[in-house]
Write a protein that binds this ligand. Structure first.
Ligand SMILES: [Zn+2]
Length: 201
């Protein structure tokens, strides 16, 4: 792609780093920005800067948060006896949208994936063990994607938590095998949490 402006070229290069955005889409975005008022573009730039520099992670569950603890962990209305383990904050949002879960979360920050160089130490697993050792919880629902990496992580967690008197469940596989949690529709995902099954260990 030939650009007659190095400013446009740089903007296209930066925007095309987003997942699923190629150079053509990035150029469309840049042209859209050019049509906007400067103050709108500055709002966008500020929002990107704020999310990159100001966002915090809950010290307890690692969900995104405005303070030390997130709104879910501090809510009096949540059942603190059930903790749902998920891969990332998209899954928290997807499960919250089902309105079928009233417990707490623990965000791993990914799944074990040797091919991508992600081992247990790169994930929020130790903090989960410490959390469950410190606070008695009745049930842990492991809600990871039905992929080999998700299954490996579920198996690893069940072994890592074997010394704790806690019921471990996995979401029922109304979710297609190989399916990513975030792509499941709300009704299917909600049902898969309600009809969760004990994890055989
Ligand atoms: Zn939290």
């Amino acid at each position: 792609m030939n650009f007659s402006s190095s400013l446009i070229e740089e903007a296209v290069n930066q925007l095309s780093k987003f997942p699923g955005v190629g150079k053509k889409s990035a150029l469309r975005m840049v042209l859209h920005i050019l049509k906007q008022k400067p103050e709108d573009a500055i709002k966008l730039a500020n929002a990107i800067e704020m999310v990159s520099t100001q966002i915090k992670y809950c010290k307890k569950c690692h969900n995104v948060s405005d303070g030390d603890l997130c709104a879910i962990c501090t809510s009096q209305k949540r059942n603190n006896q059930i903790i749902c383990v998920v891969e990332d904050l998209r899954d928290v949002m997807a499960i919250e949208n089902t309105s079928q879960f009233n417990g707490l979360y623990h965000v791993l920050g990914g799944v074990i994936s040797p091919i991508n160089g992600i081992g247990p130490d790169e994930l929020n697993i130790d903090s989960l063990v410490i959390r469950l050792e410190a606070e008695v919880s009745a049930e842990l629902i492991i809600a990871l994607s039905a992929t080999p990496e998700g299954d490996t992580t579920t198996f690893y967690l069940s072994k890592k938590l074997a010394h704790l008197p806690i019921q471990i469940s996995t979401i029922s596989r109304g979710i297609a095998i190989g399916g990513e949690l975030e792509y499941a529709d709300e009704i299917t995902l909600g049902r898969s949490i309600v009809s969760r099954v004990p994890y055989a260990r």
